[in-house]
Design a protein around this ligand. Structure first.
Ligand code: F0G
Length: 469
């Protein structure tokens, strides 16, 4: 494993500018062996000669019989050209939707036509993770891996499990914290046949263990410390641009957990700008749940910045020490983002610098109210996804986002991922409400759509319908 001047078209590179060591794409790495920082997949764009206009991608719409043109990820293969065509793994991911929602827009405080929802729940496993999983599987196939593992709050594991089940390329092993995963997501991993290891701990513990175990046993790790995974997640932004006629919106708003998405989005825009395909980048808003708010704490309160790659990470180390000292654990109804030690922190700081970003935190109440509004607008989502909408609302109220600006909120996961939170919000059963939500400080369900209980009698049923109008 040597640090060499690269002659290859695609390679891995340490994100720390002071190190910038490079490695071949055939190496399996989750951190820089020289300095321990995260790695990027980097390209020699001068020699690769990527498209000089976006039209080439539109032409692929006519070739939907070709799996690589059909995939919403591999349609953009020219922007993630680390694998030969024959190694590419696809199960039809990325058939997602960008929808204008005036209902949700009004809730957020935007003028009509300005709020867009990028609905990633339409992916094969019901979340955005499939964008990255097909990219990681492609790399795994290139290097001949036979087993893959991840730690997960539920969606990465569902995605890993479905790619294993469909492609039969690898055996899937997933690590989850005990009692920390919604049934919708757990049921996917079990149904698709992945080895499911429930460890006594939370996501942060599971993440630490899976890194150790996969290193020791030589198992391919598909968490977002795997730089190839994030290459796939860049394509969410390409599809957003595609749906907007290749115009750059003013804002991208995304929930922040392990910070893979935000990191990937920043890289996508930095590359497009460097290639001259866009003239400006959008602003990026990353939204934490208040119960898992490391990024907000470090970025907004303690002023941690990328600083052109010279980030002093001491505040992060201090913060993690404080968490340990006070035995504070991430805790939120948005279980997908219940993470206190985001593995992509530095890359996300870089993305925030690229995109003049902001970070906010939203309460459980704000998340659930926003989620109900998203559902009422017709695109249901899980609690973590609604953090983006709740965050956008906060930023409009602050005047940071203008009511006329074009905003894209990423809905990261499908509504059916976590039915417990949804039913508890809409329920008439006070005990259930208290158990699931009241215990988390949620005091009201202002946007609840309550079921109406009637006797088994026509007149009562008719009366209920009449009252509904
Ligand atoms: N939204 C959903 C629905 C998620 O599942 C996740 C992450 C995020 C947002 C946060 O994205 O990590 O890129 O900042 N879920 C991971 C998992 C951690 O294991 O499924 P991020």
């Amino acid at each position: 494993m040597a640090v060499v001047a690269r002659t290859d078209l695609a390679f891995q590179q340490c994100v720390a500018p002071s190190c910038a060591a490079t490695f071949g794409v055939e190496e399996v790495l989750t951190a820089c062996p020289v300095c321990g920082s995260l790695l990027d997949v980097a390209y020699d764009w001068n020699r690769l000669r990527p498209p000089t206009s976006f039209e080439v991608f539109e032409r692929k719409w006519m070739r939907r019989g070709d799996p690589l043109a059909f995939s919403g990820v591999w349609r953009f293969h020219e922007f993630l050209p680390y694998a030969p065509r024959e190694s590419v793994v696809t199960i039809g991911e990325g058939q997602t939707l960008l929808a204008v929602s005036d209902g949700v827009g009004a809730y957020v405080g935007m003028r009509p036509g300005r709020l867009h929802l990028q609905y990633e729940g339409l992916n094969p496993s019901g979340s955005f993770k499939d964008n990255g999983m097909c990219a990681a599987f492609t790399h795994a196939r290139m290097i001949g891996a036979r087993r893959a593992a991840c730690a997960s709050t539920g969606n990465t594991s569902a995605s890993l499990a479905v790619y294993c089940a469909v492609t039969r390329l690898m055996r899937g092993i997933i690590f989850i914290g005990s009692g920390k995963i919604s049934y919708g997501k757990l049921s996917q991993a079990l149904d698709y046949g992945a080895l499911t290891i429930q460890i006594a701990g939370d996501f942060d513990d599971a993440m630490a263990r899976v890194k150790e175990v996969s290193g020791r046993l030589g198992i391919y790790l598909v968490n977002s410390v795997n730089p190839f995974r994030l290459e796939g997640q860049k394509t969410i932004m390409y599809r957003v641009l595609e749906a907007l006629g290749w115009e750059v919106p003013e804002w991208i708003v995304v929930p922040g957990g392990n910070l893979g998405n935000s990191s990937a989005f920043g890289k996508a825009f930095a590359e497009l700008k460097a290639l001259g395909l866009i003239q400006r980048v959008p602003r990026l808003a990353v939204i934490n749940a208040a119960g898992a708010n490391t990024l907000h704490e470090l970025y907004t309160r303690r002023g941690l910045r990328w600083g052109g790659g010279r980030a002093d990470l001491a505040p992060a180390c201090h913060y993690y020490d404080e968490l340990d000292r006070d035995k504070r654990r991430a805790d939120t109804i948005a279980s997908a983002i219940e993470i206190n030690r985001p593995v992509n922190l530095t890359k996300c700081l870089r993305a925030l610098e690229t995109c003049d970003g902001v970070v906010r935190e939203v309460s459980e109440q704000e998340i659930l109210d926003a989620k109900a509004q998203v559902g009422a607008g017709g695109l249901g989502c899980e609690p973590a996804s609604a953090a983006s909408v709740a965050g956008a609302r906060q930023l409009v109220a602050e005047g940071v986002i203008g009511r006329d600006e074009r905003v894209v909120c990423i809905l990261t996961g499908h509504q059916l991922k976590d039915p417990t939170a949804t039913v508890a919000y809409h329920t008439t059963d006070q005990k259930l409400f208290n158990e699931v939500l009241g215990s988390r400080g949620v005091s009201r369900a202002s946007h609840a759509n309550r079921a109406v209980s009637v006797g088994n009698r026509i007149d009562e049923i008719v009366q209920a319908i009449d009252l509904y109008g």
